[in-house]
Design a protein. Sequence first.
Length: 326
Amino acid sequence: MLARELTLTDYLGDSAFSSAETHTLLALARAGARIASVLARGKRAAFAGHDNVHGEHVRDYDVIANDHFVKELSQVPGCAGVLSEELAEPFRTASHQRADELLVFLDPLDGSANLDAHGLCGSIFGIAPATGGLTAAALQTGQGLRLAGYFLYSSATLMVLAAHERVDAFLYDPALGAFTLIEQNLRCPERGKLYAVNEARARTWSPSAQSWLDQLKSQSTADGGPRYSLRYTGALVADAHRVLLEGGVFAYPADAASPQGKLRLQYEANPMSFVFRAAGGAATTGRTSPLDVEPPHPHARVPLVLGSRHEVERFEAAERSARPSD
Ligand code: FDP
């Protein structure tokens, strides 16, 4: 426990964040708090009446969450725009260019299918320079990210922030109307005993990905490693957060339904990979870090495996051994 409660505003004031970064993070936090309050009072999700750019049914809460983020970010002078899962094109929030302008990569409501049953969900963000204009900036690799993190809407509302090669967690206190620092310098364990996958799809993964999973499952404590347990909520934020704290691995490899992978590079895979890298964990597409993938378009998808170094490196080794010519 910390000796005194440090709010997000105090934290940002004390650290080496630019004015544009500080105001962008505070805007994201205001939106995250509003979304948490909407969800806490909410009925089950309903179809919003249209599909998004990925051809998926949009739920009413997806639209509400996107609107809250866009409204808050539109008031930040240093925020040039938003690339959101819910918007086909990058959205320009400011009419003038400044040298320090930022682009926010945003999944406004990750795991929103869970809201059909009041389940777990989150929001994911990455923040990068908007150099060269929004269209070009939306196509930069994840190596351009300066900050990234997520909100988890659960029994409590958390904001996890990766910045300056460390990861800190803030808890929303509705009485205070502020996020307060609760955990500092989170480190992902070197290995763990959780795996989070949609196992029903595993039969349509590549043979190497299947054999990696079989090895995890068949490992016994006699091998010197842990016996693994499956924990999967269907919300990337919730599953990855647990892996970050307890160790293990989240995997959504390519499968028959999603041959390029399911998760979106710019606003799901990259921000989460940035968080795991800062926490000493790892992330891969099976071939490379998602952060090194050149996006063919702003809404591109990738296979994603992230978590403890041990399990992620084993996945990479399995994929490598299936490519003898590499
Ligand atoms: P959702 O479609 O509900 O938004 O973002 C995609 C995502 O959820 C992730 O949060 C989650 O990890 C994954 O899809 C779940 O996919 P499956 O239902 O195919 O397991």
